[in-house]
Write a protein that binds this ligand. Structure first.
Ligand SMILES: *Cc1c(COP(=O)(O)O)cnc(C)c1O
Length: 402
């Protein structure tokens, strides 16, 4: 048995921006016995969930499911559509964009990483005008794909993907559009078809409220067409055999059966609630949390209000305060996990996740842990963010606005 006796009584507060807390209803669904993945019951489950998952991506196209973390689905998107030496335009929004760029290089692609200078890009969204300019300058269409992160989990910025589509169209450029919404899906509105995305990458452990372990590629017809001539080596990740077997609800290799039970349950929960309600709930939580941060007199990492993330909020520390010290004190004293600053943001900020299976009071408790921890670390606060958020939540009930 894993030693968890560090944790005191009550539930641990898992407020990192993924993995997010898994609802009991999903845990129960996952506890059913593993079945024969070639048997008739499995085929029915496969067909049902492959159909429902498309509603969450807002697509009529197929969604491929991998028994892998989100990183695997990033690789799948690149190897299915591109060939060695292909130029890809990637936009630096933060740490996850940086990791995806590194992967592209390791796979033998030629990524061109653009963005705002210095740390600026880590506090703002994708600048679609810069993408348009770069594509217009690419007269011979040597750029084969544009890769952007929808919800940059390292900073708390949710970029405008429709604007990126418009930029590509305005430049009359044929590049594919690949989008990572690993942490955005089922928290923020996302429209694979309407936004003309060619491959959408997502994962299980964020808005879908599942444990880590499965990930997704929603594909377009253009992406499938590209996969027929793309030359990067692919076997495990290849779409063709998966799409073929998925038609009858099966996979070419052993799927993650129990996580698929969980996924089916998660899809029922999300679709029963209604996606618009799910998005409104996240927006409201994000506003409550930002109200707290502002009341403390601290800065939010995202400096562009139109792209504040509904999924998480980055809290910037005053000069001289190490965000990781604050975070680890809060973890030890209050059994509350917060997200660390990643890459260029290391030590400068911590991240509060407000996604999935939360409610007003789990967030009030989370803010309570933050407020106490900040004070214990000597950060002087202008006011009580906890009280401000509580007032905000009390004055703005979600369901009456429905
Ligand atoms: C979590 C995350 C990833 C990485 O996914 P893994 O499941 O850890 O491989 C990539 N991009 C974004 C935006 C993420 O939030």
């Amino acid at each position: 048995m894993l030693k968890l006796d560090f944790h005191p009584s009550g539930r641990h507060f898992l407020q990192i921006p993924g993995p997010s807390p898994v609802p009991d209803r999903i845990l129960r669904a996952m506890s059913l016995p593993t079945i024969d993945h070639r048997g008739p019951e499995f085929g029915a489950l496969g067909r049902e969930l492959l159909d429902k998952i498309r509603q969450v991506f807002k697509t009529q196209q197929p969604v491929v499911i991998y028994p892998a973390s989100g990183t695997g689905a990033w690789e799948a998107a690149l190897v299915n559509t591109l060939s060695a030496g292909d130029r890809v335009l990637m936009f630096e929004t933060g740490h996850f964009a940086t990791l995806w760029e590194k992967m592209a290089r390791r796979l033998g692609l030629e990524p061109e990483f653009i963005g705002l200078p210095g740390y600026e890009g880590w506090r703002r969204g994708v600048q679609a005008d810069l993408i348009e300019q770069r594509l217009k300058a690419d007269g011979n269409h040597s750029i084969k794909a544009v890769c952007v992160v929808h919800n940059e989990t390292s900073t708390g910025v949710t970029s405008d993907i429709a604007a990126v589509r418009r930029a590509i169209d305005a430049a009359k450029h044929p590049a594919l559009l690949l989008v990572d919404t690993i942490s955005g899906l089922a928290c923020a509105d996302y429209q694979h078809d309407a936004w003309g995305v060619d491959v959408t990458i997502s994962g299980s452990q964020k808005g879908l409220m599942l444990p880590p372990g499965i990930s997704f590629n929603a594909v377009s017809e253009k992406a499938i067409e590209a996969s027929r001539s793309a030359k990067l080596p692919k076997s495990f990740w290849a779409w063709d055999e998966i799409l073929e077997l998925n038609r009858s609800g099966y996979w070419p290799y052993t799927p993650n059966t129990n996580l698929l039970y969980g996924l089916n349950e998660a899809l029922d929960m999300l679709l029963e609630e209604g996606l618009d309600h799910v998005f409104a709930r996240h927006q409201r939580w994000a506003l409550g949390v930002r109200t707290a941060v502002e009341t403390w007199g601290l800065e939010v990492q995202c400096q562009e209000p139109s792209v504040y993330s509904p999924v998480l909020t980055g809290v910037v520390m005053p000069d001289g305060v190490d965000a990781d010290e604050v975070r680890s004190l809060i973890y030890r004293r209050f059994d509350l996990s917060l997200g660390t600053g990643l890459g260029k943001a290391k030590g400068k900020m911590f991240r509060i996740g407000h996604l999935g299976d939360c409610n007003d009071l789990t967030l009030i408790a989370t803010l309570g842990g933050c407020e106490a921890g900040l004070k214990m670390c000597g950060v002087s606060l202008k006011g009580s963010g906890v009280l401000a958020a509580l007032d905000y939540f009390a004055a703005n009930p979600l369901d009456e606005a429905r």
